[in-house]
Design a protein around this ligand. Sequence first.
Ligand code: FAD
Ligand code: EPU
Length: 338
Amino acid sequence: MIDTDVDLQPLNTLAIAAKANYFARVNSLEQLLEALEFSRRRQLPVLPLGGGSNIVLTGDFPGLVIHLQLQGVSMVDTGEDTLVTAAAGENWHQLVMRTVEQGIGGLENLALIPGCIGAAPIQNIGAYGVELRDIFWDLTAVHIASGEQQKFSASDCQFEYRNSVFKGSTLDQYVITQVRMRLPRRWVPRVDYPALQHYFSEHRLDAAEQGPDEIARAVIAIRSSKLPDPAEIPNAGSFFKNPLVSESCYFALKQRYPELVAFPAGERWKLAAGWLIERAGWRGRRINNVGVHHRQALVLVNPGRGPGAEVTRLAAEIATDIYQKFGVELEPEPRYYP
Ligand code: FAD
Ligand code: EPU
């Protein structure tokens, strides 16, 4: 059941060549517990893997990669909402489309995000004005050190923009096996995001009148127009988080760059990192195997299928340049391994 020296290139969307010293494909809770038992006996670090769309492999992984293939979806109408339960290995986008096709609203803005259900809570996935935390109910996870199952409520998960407890105090301690979401029957369209507004006005449609199906279609069209498909051009989506800065920092930058793109985020401002990177002249640049996407400067691409070090070197160069030019620190969004 445990394989050795497994090639991870087909299993990460940056298409980086790297190996897992040990590798297990798990289809059931029982297999997961056995794999974790193996890792404990050998004191191996564990990397739970879904679709590999938010990782950067900087070398071989010196432990056990557990490829989660747990399947199963159920949808229960509680009267007030639809309780959607999905196993970690289910594909995120397929689940979104399954709800949308049944006329159930709530997930449509999150259409076409690559990856699996089990990874969605890790960084509280978000797009087009909605985040997982808006419809999240709870999740079940296995504690790696003890093999015990535990439930996490929304507050336990400590969701923030592109962040959760699983990237903080419980980093590397749990494997998520199941996620539950509540999609309210009294659905309200979320169409404030500028690109959605623009899309509907261009198509002469009243944004507020659109159903989940039309919104999902709009999101898919917008995303397809600027984000590269990893199957054609390897990438990991946005490479950096949009930085949150103080009001004084925002106003100082806005004075210097009136065209700066930023959005209020509580007491802070969220800067469009893509704008900073484009403005610094990086959009469309290629260095050896890697580069910056020509239509979305926040996306680093790996068309030459180069090693992780090339990707991280380019990211570091960009971050240094942005800091020197704007005094703003960029933090990578995907996780670097090992
Ligand atoms: P993986 O890359 O396999 O894993 C990511 C991290 O989660 C790793 O640290 C891994 O160990 C951990 N993990 C995975 N599964 C589990 C589990 N079951 N239990 C515990 N830990 C686990 N993200 C957004 O938020 N919004 C977007 O709009 C968006 N657009 C994208 C567009 C493109 C083209 C690409 C390539 C990526 C995009 N992403 C986006 C990033 C990515 O799709 C999400 O982060 C997604 O949730 C990752 O899922 P995955 O299964 O591929 O995770
Ligand atoms: N912009 C530029 N040049 C660029 C890219 C962006 O000027 O090259 C400016 C534009 O003004 C644009 C604005 O930045 O209007 C925002 O761009 P976009 O709508 O493409 O969103 P983003 O901030 O670049 C974020 C998420 C995406 C998510 C979209 C839609 C982060 C780090 N990224 O990108 O998530 O799909 O919003 O909500 O928050 C991901 O996390 O991997 C990801 C793709």
